[in-house]
Design a protein around this ligand. Structure first.
Ligand code: ADP
Ligand code: ASP
Ligand code: MG
Length: 451
């Protein structure tokens, strides 16, 4: 069996879904488990709907809900124009999902309070809409496809907006559900991104989480391959939206891919690699607009050469600088500091220390108020805003002579706030001012990959 995940742009509209269905058709003998995202931009729309509801702006919420319904009804009609019965069934399903969502949003508007639980319920509707329509479209195209509810398969804790998967529960649940759905089908389909607690309360896996869903399902069914179908030719030497002249990488290691994703390469959700590594399942990143391309294979490290593979970046981060004279000659200071980060669930990317100072970087999307206030109880804390983090990533790059010089030579004029090189030998990261980020990434890319 294989897992085939299609992201938002790969299911954006009639043309994309038609292409997607033909890609799946070409792999039916490998028994695909298809995982789909919401149509492109639909999750953003659902976020706006939940914001309007929280602000009790019912008129705005209603107008956005109408857009949501219209787009999915329009798509059902286009895709299923030749099959009246399936077209009606698809439109009925869209209306059923949208009716339930309208009532839910009205209730939130009435209460004027949006819990994380309610928000997760609202934003998971994009995947329910897309997976239902695509299931009908696959059947209309002659591929007998059965539908599976991801909430019965991807079991998480009760962190509603960023559920942590329970690997054992997922491994126990998924194979039976997939086998049952495959009894009378050529393919099976489910939603990415959405999940639930063991007692069935809806959760989601965090933005971009459909990649993670695919890899969790791959792990659970011992898939022979996980395919991530997206809008670029594979994993590249940098984000093509930021740097021109990037190159597609034929193959990279699990570790390199995990570091790239963790340090900002949006092409994969940061946690995608881990479930695949558990079962040593190769991941392929492929372009749904160019299905015959080779894409990028993500494999065990033994099959991968040493060397620099990419420059990743996180555009908006903060540096938290913690100063304390008590740190000198005392054990336990670091423990105290990191217990606070752990207590408030703020995750740290880079760390550097000197005798009386610890500096850490955190993604700016995280709320750090509670952490700063707790740290301020025993240390002086300064937060640098509007910083960016750049990471040069590749297997055993520490062994490359001259790499530091090559990386930093183009940055002679640039202020560098922090540098960190992990013991993993896979990445060298540093922090710069946000306004110079694009320039820095482009210059380093030119130096490392274009000369
Ligand atoms: P999907 O909707 O298919 O999940 P995403 O938008 O989440 O697609 O991810 C694909 C995007 O990731 C690309 O369009 C590209 O701009 C971005 N990206 C960032 N870094 C890289 C990289 N190193 N290689 C390829 N794409 C990258
Ligand atoms: N639809 C979700 C998002 O936009 C999940 C995904 O696309 O992977 O974040
Ligand atoms: Mg994505």
């Amino acid at each position: 069996m294989i897992v085939m995940k299609f992201g938002g742009t790969s299911v954006a509209n009639y043309e994309a879904i038609t292409r997607m269905v033909s890609i799946v058709r070409g792999k039916l003998d490998e028994k695909p488990v298809v995982v789909v995202s919401a149509l492109s931009k639909v999750t953003d729309l659902l976020y706006r709907i939940s914001d309007s509801a929280a602000a009790r702006n019912e008129d705005e919420a209603k107008s956005l809900l109408a857009q949501l319904r219209e787009r999915h009804i329009g798509l059902s009609r286009e895709l299923l124009a030749d099959d009246g019965a399936l077209c009606k069934a698809s439109c009925d399903k869209v209306n059923e999902i949208c009716d339930a969502l309208d009532s839910f949003v009205s209730a939130v508007c009435a209460v004027g309070e949006l819990s994380a639980r309610s928000k997760a319920i609202i934003i998971s509707n994009g995947e329910y809409l897309s997976s239902n329509i695509i299931c009908f479209a696959m059947n209309a195209a002659g591929i007998r496809t059965n539908y599976m509810d991801a909430r019965k398969m991807i079991i998480t804790d009760a962190d509603y907006m960023k559920g942590e998967p329970d690997m054992d529960a997922i491994s126990a649940a998924v194979p039976g559900i997939v086998a049952e759905a495959y009894k009378d089908a050529d393919a099976v389909i489910t939603q990415g991104f959405v999940s639930a607690t063991a007692s069935g309360e809806p959760t989601v896996l965090g933005r971009g989480g459909s990649d993670y869903s695919a890899s969790l399902i791959g792990m659970a069914i011992d898939a022979s391959r996980i395919e991530i179908w997206t809008d670029v030719d594979g994993v590249r030497t940098a984000d093509p939206r930021r740097v021109s002249n990037t190159r597609c990488l034929d193959r990279i290691s699990f570790e390199e891919a995990a570091e790239m994703a963790h340090f900002g390469a949006k092409v994969l959700h940061p946690l995608t690699i881990e479930p695949a590594v558990r079962k040593n399942i190769p991941i392929y990143v492929l372009n749904s607009m160019n299905p015959s391309g080779e894409g990028t294979a993500i494999l065990q490290s033994a099959f991968i050469e040493d060397g620099v593979k990419s420059v990743s970046c996180k555009e908006n981060i903060r540096v938290i600088n913690i100063f304390s004279t008590k740190m000198i000659n005392t054990s336990g200071f670091l423990k105290k500091v990191f217990e606070i980060f752990s207590e408030y669930k703020v995750s740290v990317d880079l760390i550097s220390t000197s005798e009386a100072n610890i500096s850490v970087t955190v993604d700016a999307s995280q709320n750090i108020d509670a952490v700063v206030s707790a740290l301020s109880g025993f240390a002086d804390v300064y937060v640098d805003e509007d910083k960016s983090q750049v990471s040069v990533i590749g297997k055993n790059i520490v062994n490359l002579k001259g790499l530091l010089e090559q990386t930093f030579a183009p940055l002679r004029e640039c202020k560098i706030y922090m540098i960190s090189q992990g013991a993993s030998y896979v990445n060298i990261s540093f922090v710069v001012d946000r306004p110079v980020l694009n320039d820095v990434v482009q210059q380093i890319h030119r130096y490392l990959f274009e000369v």
